[in-house]
Design a protein around this ligand. Structure first.
Ligand code: NAD
Length: 246
């Protein structure tokens, strides 16, 4: 959360962190969201997860106005990933997509393997890349013979939360590897899910951890917020990569 507040300051977006007591009731949280939804000076509302057990995550996320859902977790935005009509794509998958776009990695017709099937990273990134005509396969912790799948990848996106899950033998020479994982080791180091040193010898491109997708997530949050502000004054969205698809 601190990163997000700092990043807003750096680019000149006003942000307000609203801290509520841990034992707060759901109705009060929903009322707070209603207040922000109704405030024309607010263009983006995000709820930092997880939430305490007395509060329903889905009820809270769905209360955020779709037009201010800059984290992209509202059911409408999630559903829109299926047909390319999402208003705000979720920030981490959007960051992955932008990294690929920036490096001019061809997506259409390529084999994409996503390791990790969470609602916030694995599934949405798979949907977004499928929307751009990739052939996508999603693996998860019950996938048998993970390497059989990862070896097929032209583009390998890893978001499992397991350090060193992906080692060089699991990667095709020349593949593009995006490491979404953020893992803190007992010695304090932060590493991704990919053996960076080994895999970087085989990959044509590989994203580092720290760096790489982490900062892109914050960047896309700022981008979504800016676009939200633009929408309120009628500036049309022209991000082809978000809207294009089969
Ligand atoms: P999650 O725990 O919700 O989901 C992990 C997924 O990985 C699950 O689908 C699980 O089945 C799969 N998985 C776990 N072990 C596996 C294995 N051995 N083989 C194959 N699949 C396996 O996690 P998440 O929220 O999606 O986050 C994943 C990782 O990405 C974490 O390290 C998290 O910290 C990181 N993350 C980074 C950013 C960022 O901004 N860079 C944002 C969100 C999450």
């Amino acid at each position: 959360m601190n990163n997000k507040v700092r990043a807003c300051e750096e680019v000149g977006i006003k942000s307000k962190r609203i801290e509520l007591p841990i034992d707060i009731d759901e109705a009060t949280v929903l009322a707070e969201i209603d207040r922000l939804n109704a405030d024309p000076a607010v263009h983006g509302v995000l709820v930092q997860l997880p939430l305490p057990p007395q509060i329903s995550i889905s009820r809270v996320l769905e209360r955020i106005s779709v037009d201010k859902d800059v984290d992209g977790f509202h059911l409408y935005n999630v559903g829109g990933l299926l047909n390319g009509t999402t208003v705000f794509p979720p920030c981490t998958p959007y960051g992955v997509q932008k990294l690929l776009e920036h490096e001019q990695v061809q997506i259409a017709g390529r084999n994409v393997v996503v390791v990790g099937a969470s609602n916030i990273v694995g599934k949405p990134v798979a949907m977004m890349l499928m929307q751009q005509d990739a052939t996508v396969c999603i693996c998860h912790k019950l996938t048998r013979d993970l390497a059989m799948f990862t070896l097929m990848a032209d583009i390998l996106v890893v978001a499992a939360g397991v350090p060193n899950l992906i080692v060089p033998q699991m990667v095709r020479t020349g593949a593009v590897v995006i490491d979404v994982g953020i893992n803190r080791l007992p010695d304090g180091r932060v590493v991704g899910d990919v053996d960076f040193e080994g895999v970087s010898k085989k990959a044509s491109l590989i994203s580092p951890v720290p760096g790489g997708v982490g900062p892109m997530t914050v960047t896309m949050l700022l981008y979504n917020t800016l676009r939200s502000a633009e929408r309120t004054v009628g500036i049309v969205d022209n991000d082809e990569s978000r809207l294009s698809g089969v």
